[in-house]
Ligand binder design. Structure first.
Ligand SMILES: [Zn+2]
Length: 181
């Protein structure tokens, strides 16, 4: 198991739709990849991570939701698709590929997602609230869409100076991660 480097905004792999997973083809590499994705996400306290965020071009993501007083909900989604969405919410969102940046993003309040799990079995997920938000955010990544793409043009323009300020810090963040503890 290992912590992988997280790709940051501006890197091409985040702007590309990911490749559909052929489960039998990657089956033997999957346990290590999934373990690394959870390790990487946990190391920075994220709620979700898409494979392309660690430079892997596959339609696969992991999600970990921690609700107060409950065991964390960890889930692997392979080739996920949203099949139903309803309602709307407008809550603050962040992204591991944009450390330090937060913005309110409009999302569906409830979604139904079909995917394969880590064993290659079909699953159907009905989610709302934070879980629904995380699913929509990660599925967007797999389609090459980042959260600021969901903002109105004016808000995106307003974020530009903040992004320019944050970018040099991301490089330092990567360098500090490479140093042994
Ligand atoms: Zn993200």
């Amino acid at each position: 198991m290992a912590i992988r480097r997280i790709c940051k905004y501006g890197e091409r792999i985040l702007e590309k739709k990911t490749r559909k997973v052929d489960f039998s083809e990657i089956k033997k590499d999957l346990p290590v990849l999934i373990a690394d994705m959870f390790d990487t996400m946990d190391a920075v306290g994220g709620a979700g991570l898409a494979a392309n965020q660690i430079g892997v071009d596959l339609r696969l993501a992991v999600i970990k939701i921690q609700r107060e007083g409950e065991e964390p909900l960890s889930i692997v989604i392979i080739n996920p698709e949203i099949v139903e969405r309803s309602g709307s919410m407008n809550e603050e969102e962040g992204c591991l590929s944009f450390p330090g940046l937060f913005a309110k993003v409009k999302r569906a309040a409830k979604v139904k997602v079909r995917a394969l799990n880590e064993k290659g079995l079909p699953i159907e997920i009905n989610a709302e609230g934070l879980f629904a938000r995380a699913l929509q955010h990660e599925l967007d990544h797999l389609d090459g869409i980042v959260f600021i793409d969901r903002l109105p043009l004016m808000s995106r323009l307003k974020l530009k100076p903040a992004l320019m300020k944050l970018k040099p810090r991301w490089k330092k963040l990567d360098e500090s991660k490479m140093r042994p503890l």
